[in-house]
Write a protein that binds this ligand. Structure first.
Ligand code: SF4
Length: 410
């Protein structure tokens, strides 16, 4: 399997990612823990106006930056009308210069992929569609209470591949009553879409049961039958094999792409590129030249977001010292295979790192490499990245690096 030259995903100063959250959904999926609002009538204009007000109130955060990615996620952003989506893009472009050739992604539900909608999105500048299929089996879709059928999912992705430059597919495993045969059938369709129709990206997640969800309650009552840990491990193993067979490389725990097809937006999170998230529940990361950083989160409840006095005010904010930021950089680096530029990091955080710090972090990295958990990618000898085994043991790798970076905190 060939792998990407990931240098294209690496962060240059002055670059920023922009995320817009659209919280609307037709109904609430029983496993969903996202910031979601289910309403009979979607307030397209009112919501876009509120996001525009937030963008204006936070315009200062974009000064000196150019957006290299614009990601509209949710929720179900494909529920927005074409006019509303156009107005949203305009509101973003009013406050930040969006780089020519920026990656512009829209998340979409398979039951909303009509030829007319796809053409509208394309005309608005969307070049990448992320389609939340989860499965191509009606039994699994029913178990997840998704509002689309297997046929809609397959035909929708096929139509999207005809119109969009790039399409990403979301799949889920570890779903109630799922068998290996059903998962293999999903993977076979995924392989056909890659080989015959140019699908370039797959995100595949093991279902997790989050507190407060309908699945959480059903599991407590004993009426939710999920595949056990061994079965989930076997599903993951087949996923890794089947994606590799069709030339997708695993560049992050749950993400697989043809070389060059990686999500630049999500890569920015793992590489700690600054990003501004607007809309209900959106998160942002601001980074200062001296290494300090700030994370903020918007109001998670739709009504609070829409009615707060200052449209640019966060619900919560957290300041990270330069050392904490450095530790987080290492921590995130252990979870993706895009590679950590250690000497670049030492330079960037020179103001807070002593020689002893650098030696300790270097030793931790060498120790993990000796265990076969970190490696230097071929052709990029200045980078470190987890091996595939290191990716599976990502928590251990990340924790060791974090501890090496913050010795006084423990
Ligand atoms: S469609 Fe996605 S965001 Fe909406 S309820 Fe279902 S899982 Fe949550």
């Amino acid at each position: 399997m060939s792998e990407a030259d990931v240098s294209a995903t690496h962060v240059r100063s002055g670059e920023i990612g922009v995320y817009v959250h659209v919280p609307f959904c037709e109904r609430l999926c029983p496993y969903c823990d996202f910031a979601v609002s289910v309403q009979r009538e979607i307030p397209h204009e009112a919501y876009v106006a509120r996001v525009a007000a937030e963008l204006n109130a936070r315009a200062g955060e974009f000064e000196g930056y150019e957006a290299v990615t614009l990601y509209v996620g949710g929720g179900t952003p494909s529920l927005l009308s074409g006019e509303a989506l156009g107005a949203l893009f305009e509101a973003v472009r009013d406050v930040v210069s969006v780089q020519k050739g920026a990656e512009v992604t829209l998340e979409a539900n398979p039951n909303q992929l009509s030829a007319a909608s796809l053409e509208t999105w394309r005309a608005l500048g969307v070049e990448r569609l992320s389609v939340g299929c989860q499965s191509f089996q009606d039994a699994q879709l029913k178990a997840l209470r998704r509002n689309h059928s297997a046929t809609q999912a397959i035909e929708g992705v096929e139509r999207a591949l005809e119109v969009m430059e790039r399409v990403s597919l979301d799949l889920m495993f570890g779903v109630p009553d799922q068998t290996m045969a059903a998962w293999e059938a999903d993977l076979a369709i995924m392989q056909r879409l890659v080989e015959e129709q140019g699908l370039d990206h797959v995100s595949a997640y093991n279902l997790t049961v989050e507190p407060g969800t309908a699945f959480w309650i059903r599991r407590k009552r004993g009426s939710l039958h999920l595949p056990d840990e061994d079965a989930s491990a076997a599903f993951l193993e087949r996923l890794v094999e089947c994606t590799a067979e069709v030339g997708l490389w695993r560049y992050e725990v749950s993400n697989f792409a043809v070389p060059g097809g990686e999500s630049r937006h999500n890569s920015g999170y793992w590489l700690r590129r600054p990003y501004v998230g607007v809309g209900v529940g959106a998160h942002s990361l601001r980074v200062a030249a001296d290494g300090r950083s700030w994370r903020r989160a918007n109001a998670r409840k739709y009504a609070s977001y829409m009615s707060q006095n200052d449209p640019g005010a966060p619900e919560s904010e957290e300041a990270l010292s330069a050392r904490e930021s450095f530790a987080e950089h290492l921590f995130l680096g252990a979870r993706s295979r895009l590679g950590l530029d250690l000497s670049g990091l030492f330079e960037r955080y020179a103001g807070v790192l002593s020689e002893a710090d650098k030696v300790r972090v270097g030793e931790a990295i060498n120790g993990l490499a000796t265990l076969g958990l970190l490696e230097r990618p071929e052709g990029s000898p200045h980078l470190w990245r987890p091996t595939l085994r290191g990716l599976d043991l990502g928590d251990t790798v990340a924790e060791r690096l974090y501890l090496a970076a913050t010795p006084d905190a423990h």
